[in-house]
Ligand binder design. Structure first.
Ligand code: ATP
Ligand code: MG
Length: 495
């Protein structure tokens, strides 16, 4: 039987119409306003031919208009392919073709990329302001959402290979929002600061929480630590989503216990965080909830509460209430606590699969368990520790080495701005770790000094045997390190 729920925004506008839904550039928008504006935009989207089950690509920035466009698409039952606006025009074109969107809707700030895209993209392309000039046709907004229907498609970051279009259903977003509330709690006073991109699941999931909880979102166009701290105070923000580079900058700017008492949660996700950063935050009284999740799990899947942040330092916590985690060995068998293996997950916020990728979907989802491609372990109390991507594992003389651990140590060196570690072929050990280092400013780092530094903090077999000093490291549009590009670089040198 279908599981139907009321149209999220319509229901919310009915329940709490006068509550503030969004604060953007000092202006407040209530849920009633958000619903009415979004319904108008839905009418304009109808006049360009979009309807239930159409697919629309959107290339937008963090802006109140984007929020309304996303709600308008959702209410029409149009599947939104939410594009990462930091991608190049070639990357965007690839995703547009892969997802076969009917229409591409964009914002003028990305006009340069669109000029390139238009040369080969055969479908309709429309700019936001052009859309807003159109006649408002009757909007066929849905009264009910089927929890099994796909509402958004987001591409993975493309860290390990080509990005894959992740199908996200209404149910995935519903359960993700519910699971988070069951974990960190919910009050009428809650306000979430969104300075992460809304094209990414970290940002979009904040919008879903807003409409489901009736909670105010303070939306920032881009991240700026000064502005973030100011708005936490000014708007009595209680929660903020961050990735580790954001937290690093916030931490550097804050004095001990400077965050106000009403602020209760820095939700940290997106990738590994250096242990030194988590320790610093604890000392400064910054309440960090370390989390583990991915595009395929519609944001956080497991979370560690701050009371465990030192006793379980570096852990991503436990699976949220509706979620389950298992660690499996090479043959798919569940391994014992403290044994390393692939992290597999199950829960109602997990994707139903990848767009147009039957093979990858069947390889990833087996018997209802999604295989993340990440390696980790559970400790005796069931806390999850994420080690690294399976594809980046280095095996040296039979020992497993996780590049993220070595990178974390290197990054704690005061003269290192960035670090990337991969396996180099070695006749004796099979593979040995090698480090690519970006030094800070004019500092003169020597290999000997780095070896000495690492030897103090790492077991001998983990100390890099090769050091390369470089100007910068290859990172994707999500700023994630592309170790596969480093491997290719080294491979080319040897061919
Ligand atoms: P692709 O799937 O295309 O390679 P991606 O996996 O980087 O890209 P995302 O969905 O944005 O795309 O990122 C999810 C990944 O981020 C996780 O699978 C995991 O590798 C990493 N990650 C998330 N949280 C953590 C964490 N707490 N610790 C370590 N790694 C994490
Ligand atoms: Mg991934």
């Amino acid at each position: 039987m279908k599981q139907l729920v009321p149209n999220f925004l319509k229901k919310r506008a009915d329940l709490t119409p006068d509550r503030v839904a969004l604060i953007f550039e000092e202006t407040n928008y209530t849920f009633r306003q958000l619903f009415e504006y979004s319904r108008e935009i839905a009418g304009q989207l109808c006049s360009i031919g979009l309807k239930k089950e159409s697919t629309a690509g959107v290339l937008l920035s963090n802006h109140k208009d984007s929020v309304m466009i996303l709600y308008a698409l959702q209410m029409l039952g149009v599947r939104a392919v939410i594009l990462n606006n930091r991608l190049t025009s070639e990357e965007l074109l690839w995703q547009l073709e892969d997802s076969e969107v009917d229409v591409l809707l964009y914002e003028n700030a990305f006009a340069n990329k669109i000029t390139e895209i238009k040369k080969t993209f055969p479908r309709a392309v429309i700019e936001k302001e052009e859309l807003f000039q159109l006649e408002v046709a009757e909007a066929f907004i849905e009264n009910e959402f089927d929890l099994d229907d796909v509402t958004t498609i987001m591409y993975t970051s493309g860290t390990t290979g080509h990005p894959k279009g992740v199908l996200q259903t209404f149910g995935n977003h519903w359960w993700s929002a519910t699971a988070s509330a069951l974990n960190i709690g919910l009050s009428d006073e809650d306000r979430w600061l969104c300075a992460v991109p809304i094209f990414h699941i970290s940002g979009y999931s904040i919008l879903m929480k807003s409409v489901i909880y009736g909670m105010t979102v303070v939306l920032h166009q881009t991240f700026n630590e000064k502005a973030a701290i100011e708005d936490i105070l000014k708007y009595r923000v209680t929660t903020m989503s961050v990735v580790s580079t954001m937290l690093l900058r916030i931490n550097e700017r804050l004095e001990v216990n400077q965050l106000p008492g009403h602020f209760r949660c820095m939700l940290l996700g997106g990738g590994p965080a250096p242990l030194s950063l988590l320790e610093d935050c604890k000392e400064k009284g910054i309440p960090v909830y370390q989390s583990y999740g991915m595009t395929e799990t519609a944001s956080q899947f497991a979370t560690l509460a701050p009371e465990y942040s030192l006793s379980k330092l570096g852990s991503a916590g436990k699976a949220l209430f509706p979620n389950q985690i298992k660690i499996i060995g090479k043959n798919g068998e569940e391994v014992s606590n403290h044994s390393e293996g692939e992290i597999v997950v199950k829960g109602p916020n997990v994707t139903i699969g990848y767009l147009n990728r039957v093979l990858e979907t069947s390889e990833s989802i087996k018997n209802g368990w999604f295989h993340t491609g990440d390696i980790g372990y559970l400790d005796a109390e069931g806390f999850l520790y994420v080690l690294d991507r399976r594809s980046d594992l280095i095996i040296s003389g039979g020992e497993n080495i996780y590049p993220a651990e070595i990178e974390g140590v290197l990054m704690s060196h005061p003269d290192i701005a960035d670090a990337g570690v991969i396996g180099f072929t070695d006749s004796k050990w099979g593979q040995v770790p090698g480090a690519f280092i970006v030094a800070k400013g004019n500092t003169n780092l020597s290999e000997g000094e780095l070896i000495e530094f690492c030897t103090k903090l790492l077991a001998k077999y983990k100390v890099p045997k090769v050091f390369r000093f470089v100007e910068e490291l290859p990172r994707n549009a999500s700023k994630k390190l592309l170790r596969k590009n480093l491997r290719e670089m080294v491979k080319k040198e040897h061919s």
